[in-house]
Design a protein around this ligand. Structure first.
Ligand code: CA
Ligand code: ZN
Length: 304
């Protein structure tokens, strides 16, 4: 298995990223990831107001995928996420959904227990639900700080990006250039205080490549659902973008008119909030695989 160490990382997804490793479709890769603070917060005494914000949201990589070209779809199957023993969560004045109400910067540790499958915060037991906050590929144009989510992926902070899920990205540059980081031991939809349980992790993935296929946004395929992940300035705009992409996919796959596809989405699709605290907001459109099987969706994305 190939390993990418956590000191090989990026702070922006750009068109000209240089790979630290090349891997072929079918290969397994282990990404060692830093937490979103690049390890600057080690205890509750370390406050967010005192750290260097040039080093936020490092993503390990990028890895060039052999044979990946513009116009392909890259699948990243998340085989496992092993998290560190201690996670941290913070509030920062001016951040989160209640920016004016947070009086001072506070750091809290969250201890994880992989054997029990739990986390502990303030003496309260929570489930351990590891997920990947930042994951993406090189964009078609421009440069995106790793803290910003967009069509190339990035800081999507989406709970479905967890063990057992495959995340599909439209390839926009030769080699795709996959990077990931910002894992959370647990996070609620919305990420309301501005952080999850931020934790270093070891993420094992397997790559898959579909030639000649396109999706406007990253798509996560879980055991039960197809999840289109869209980001925009407001939640309404992100919801419209995710809903539009799902309606068009349903229309193509099931041979419906646009209007009937939209009605089907209204009956069967859920809009879920991923996060409302990053520079762009992220909403996902979720359709059960029973209605929209992935093989059919993949064929539609390939234009057949
Ligand atoms: Ca994040
Ligand atoms: Zn995070």
């Amino acid at each position: 298995m190939k390993i990418v160490r956590s000191d090989k990382n990026i702070y922006a997804f750009t068109t000209d990223m240089q790979p630290v490793l090349e891997a072929a479709p079918g290969e397994k890769i282990l990404f060692e990831t830093n937490d979103c603070f690049a390890g600057q917060i080690g205890s509750e005494k370390d406050l967010c107001t005192e750290i260097d914000f040039n080093y936020i949201n490092p993503a390990t990589g990028p890895v060039a995928v052999a044979g990946a070209e513009k116009g392909d779809l890259l699948g990243v199957f998340i085989e496992n996420i092993e998290v560190g023993k201690q996670a941290v969560s913070v509030v920062i004045p001016g951040e989160g959904i209640l920016p004016d109400k947070v009086g001072s910067s506070v750091t809290r540790t969250v201890m994880t227990d992989e054997e029990k499958g739990t986390c502990t915060f303030a003496g309260i037991t929570l489930p351990l639900k590891p997920m990947v906050g930042v994951i993406g590929v090189a964009p078609g144009e421009g440069s995106f700080p790793t803290g910003t989510p967009a069509a190339h992926g990035g800081n999507m902070d989406t709970n479905d990006i967890r063990k057992g899920t495959t995340v599909w990205f439209p390839v926009r540059q030769k080699g795709a250039m996959l990077a990931l980081g910002d894992c959370h031991a647990v996070m609620g939809d919305g990420e309301v205080c501005c952080s999850g349980a931020e934790v270093p992790a070891k993420v094992t993935v397997r790559l898959e490549l579909v030639k000649g296929a396109f999706a406007p946004w990253p798509i996560a395929v879980t055991e039960k659902e197809i999840v289109i992940i869209a980001s925009d300035d407001t939640m309404e705009q992100a919801a419209a973008a995710a809903g539009e992409a799902m309606t068009e996919l349903v229309q193509k796959c099931l041979g419906l008119t646009f209007e009937d596809a939209l009605i089907l989405c209204s009956l069967a699709m859920d809009l879920r909030i991923s996060q409302v605290v990053d520079p762009k907001k992220t909403v996902r459109a979720v359709m059960p695989l029973e209605i929209l099987p992935w093989e059919k969706a993949k064929a539609a994305l390939s234009g057949c």
